[in-house]
Design a protein around this ligand. Structure first.
Ligand code: SAM
Ligand code: SF4
Length: 328
């Protein structure tokens, strides 16, 4: 059985972007009330007393947009200082990154994934929801700042949507030729915007690889990442390419993660709402931490069954939360 040691922690469900595939403009979302968010203190108690003792040692801060969370640098520092933290990473849209990239690094963050679905400002605006003011440049500056500060590997996440940004796959892949960057192509999932998914669907990773192969050739990397991505490399490139193919392939058997939402729900599987535990309510009602620890330990034991249970039955009605709410 796979060791589950990786926790994705959503710091906030709000976002300054409205990506079409995640929380499109006009969608009514019930945001978590401020008082319902796990506080930094509660989060640290859960890490120290529950997650670390049951074996978690790798943490990723995400959202919503994690950089909208007040005190994010302090939280990074506290988590990085926990002696059992082996890996601390963040996934961000990069828009607010440039001014605090150095502070985050100094606080102990070492790995960062930045979403960048297009190199063309116009397409980018179309994807993230146009607010009349271009936000591509500031996002690109966030990426440059992360590079200068020394985040390594620096990963760029691209959700590929047919007819919207798939024509840029080669340009995005080309970023890895001269730079030690890791560009990851993610298959669009029916979470968040069912309508867009219905209209556009998704492109299998293998089709993207064929396009890249035809242009430059493509080598399968001998390095196996810690996550679900299949890693490849353009011959002679400094960086690598990752393909996250949750639609065309089932990688549940190598799943090593759980997700904690900003309001404290622990979720064992992204695609399935079974087995969730409300840790915040338990914590606030004064439950004994050893009981909570035991409950999480039991959830770890049944996780493989949960991973597979609904995966193949096409249960779109279970996706009642968007990626921004789950903590993608
Ligand atoms: N706001 C941050 C960001 O965009 O990087 C972090 C949260 S976001 C929910 C995390 C990742 O989920 C992003 O890389 C985003 O592209 C991806 N994502 C969101 N909705 C998705 C969907 N329907 N299918 C595939 N990936 C999705
Ligand atoms: Fe915001 Fe990230 Fe969702 Fe885009 S993918 S709307 S940046 S949370």
């Amino acid at each position: 059985m796979n060791t589950v040691d990786y926790l994705r922690i959503s710091l906030i469900d709000r976002c300054n972007f409205r990506c079409q595939y995640c929380m499109p403009e006009g969608t009514e979302l019930d945001y978590i009330l401020r008082q319902e968010l796990l506080t930094n203190e509660e989060l640290l108690i859960l890490l120290r007393e529950v997650f670390i003792p049951v074996g978690f040692s790798k943490f990723r801060l995400t959202g919503g947009e994690p950089l909208l969370r007040q005190g994010v640098v302090d939280l990074v520092r506290e988590i990085a200082l926990l002696p059992q933290t082996q890996d601390l990473a963040m996934t961000t849209n990069g828009f607010l990154l440039a001014p605090i990239a150095q502070e985050l690094y100094d606080a102990g963050l070492r790995r960062i994934n930045i979403s960048l679905d297009s190199l063309e400002p116009e397409t980018f605006e179309k994807i993230i929801g146009n607010r009349g003011k271009s936000r591509w440049q500031q996002t690109w500056e966030g990426i440059q700042a992360a590079h200068r500060v020394g985040f390594d590997p620096l990963k760029l996440n691209v959700v590929v949507i047919p007819g919207i940004n798939d024509q840029e796959v080669l340009d995005l892949a080309a970023l890895t030729i001269e730079r030690h960057w890791h560009v990851r192509f993610i298959e669009f999932m029916p979470i968040g915007n069912g309508q867009l998914f219905g209209e556009r669907a998704w492109i299998p990773s293998e089709e993207l690889r064929q396009r890249i192969r035809k242009r430059w050739g493509l080598l399968e990397s001998t390095v196996r990442g810690n996550g679900p991505a299949d890693i490849f490399q353009i011959p002679g490139a400094r960086g690598t390419l990752g393909f996250i193919s949750q639609m065309s392939e089932c990688f549940c058997d190598r799943c090593n993660r759980m997700r904690l939402s900003a309001d404290g729900w622990l979720r064992p599987c992204l695609l399935n709402e079974s087995g969730q535990i409300n840790l915040k309510t338990a914590l606030r009602s004064g439950v004994n931490l050893s009981e909570l620890r035991e409950e999480v330990r039991q959830l770890l034991l049944i996780k493989p069954e949960i991973n597979f249970k609904l995966r193949d039955s096409g249960t779109t009605d279970t996706y009642t939360r968007t990626m921004s709410q789950i903590g993608g």
